[in-house]
Design a binder for this molecule. Structure first.
Ligand code: GLN
Length: 303
């Protein structure tokens, strides 16, 4: 497959949509990002990378890191994680509080904020330094030792983090958070503030296309665990738009309010697209359209 020509075609096809939508205004450091950026990268399972537009420019990964935190928590802590977080779509916005009380402090899935807080809490208990473990892992898988946190984004999230603090305290009241809430929130905000490019993310997510095998060939996850993560990405990775995303794109995907989306073609390749303008559910407008074009043009979907 000529990925380079394909990416150039896609960039052309979605050019009218670049700049549509709004940046994430509830995190002031993200609100300032130029909405006219667009980049897209594909990494094949052997680690060859192709890209178009701003594909090498770092951006705020935000909720995309929830996939990697989940993988590390499963790899080091195993299946007991699923006693603390479910795997059903929530049908609610990513930062919603409403289901938590009905469901006794057990979040619906690991990709809404409540679920990601539980995963980071467990990773913190398992490793003693969740956000650094995650950054190290991303550096190794992407092959980019320069990956870093953006302290301004972390600070901005923390200053405007009442909603996440409420979620964490509420779950702690049900005994579903182990670490002190301020410690957990620090690690969660640092995790969201990791900066990566489309190329970095497409490379780092390859273990999901390689049925659990890391870049160095060692095994991170069993084949079955890799399947489980891809399944939860498909059903829950784009929040209350996961049905729409499956309908349009037909791939496991995970978005973030920085405007990035990672998608996986199991056994074949990983994709990352970035454009900061978001729809009202918090997914990149041009990003979803670009992934839609990718699967439509290539027929590469899980269906
Ligand atoms: N840091 C963001 C938050 O906690 C992540 C949300 C997202 O990317 N959907 O609100």
């Amino acid at each position: 497959m000529d990925y380079q020509a394909l990416l150039e075609q896609i960039a052309q096809d979605v050019s009218q949509l670049i700049g549509s939508g709004r940046t994430a205004e509830y995190i002031p450091a993200l609100a300032k990002v130029d909405p006219r950026r667009f980049g897209m990268a594909v990494a094949d399972i052997d680690g060859n990378v192709y890209g178009v537009g701003d594909w090498q420019r770092p951006f705020s990964t935000q909720s995309i890191t929830k996939v990697f935190a989940l993988a590390l928590a499963l790899a080091s802590g195993g299946d007991s994680l699923w006693k603390h977080v479910g795997r059903e779509p929530s049908g609610n916005p990513f930062n919603s509080l409403v289901q938590l009380e009905y469901e006794n402090g057990i979040p619906r899935n690991p990709f809404i904020n409540a679920g990601a807080l539980v995963v980071t809490d467990r990773l913190q208990s398992l490793t003693g330094d969740a956000s650094s473990e995650l950054l190290d892992f991303l550096r190794q898988e992407s092959g980019n030792p320069d990956l870093a946190f953006d302290p301004q984004v972390a600070e901005s999230e923390s200053t405007h983090g009442d909603r996440n603090a409420a979620l964490a305290h509420f779950m702690a009241s049900y005994g579903n958070i182990t670490n002190p809430v301020p410690t957990l929130l620090d690690h969660y905000f640092w995790q969201c503030a990791i900066e990566m490019s489309c190329a970095d993310l497409a490379l780092a997510a390859r273990f999901l296309a390689r049925h659990g095998l890391r870049a160095d060939g060692s095994r991170l996850l069993t084949r079955s665990e890799a399947k489980q993560i891809n399944a939860v990405m498909l059903t829950c990775g784009t929040y209350d738009a996961a049905g729409e995303f499956a309908h349009r794109v037909g791939l496991p995907g995970k978005s973030g309010v920085g405007g990035g989306i990672v998608a996986v073609v199991p056994g074949r390749c990983t994709l990352c697209v970035w454009s900061p303008g978001l729809d009202r559910r918090g997914n990149s407008v041009a990003g979803v359209a670009a992934l839609d074009r990718f699967t439509t043009l290539t027929g590469l979907s899980v269906f």
